[in-house]
Design a protein around this ligand. Sequence first.
Ligand code: HEC
Length: 116
Amino acid sequence: MFKALPIAVVLLAAACVSNNSGGASAPSGLALFRVAQCGDCHGTDLAGTERGPSLKGLAKNWQQDTLAAFLGDPQTVISKDARLAALDMSYSEEMPGCPDLSDIQRGALASWLLTR
Ligand code: HEC
């Protein structure tokens, strides 16, 4: 029981970040998206900005595990993927990903993104 506790605390902490306008979104994925400030470049509505592409319809190109790995180390994945390399050329900034999140958090964020 105690072994499971730290993970539960981390997930709860992430899920409890303010969620004033979430609508039908899964709370933990949305909270992580906000904590990691992905919306600064991708838009709080995921529609994209001049700093980063839209994140809608990601399921066309990603699965949960490949997307979670990408979020941990985007530039390595981009360097091996022609579509992403081309996308990279259209933006002046690079995708930083969220290497500071845990594997579990990146997995939850990836799952949430794939439902958008
Ligand atoms: C500094 C701006 C910036 C931030 C912050 C950022 N991204 Fe990105 N992201 C980009 C850019 C630019 C690209 C396009 C690839 C490139 O140029 O590196 C990209 C690409 C992506 C892609 C691939 C899109 C596709 O078509 O397959 C995903 C998924 C993604 N970002 C998710 C995220 C998530 C989730 C976060 C928060 C953890 C995040 N990004 C934070 C700029 C950003």
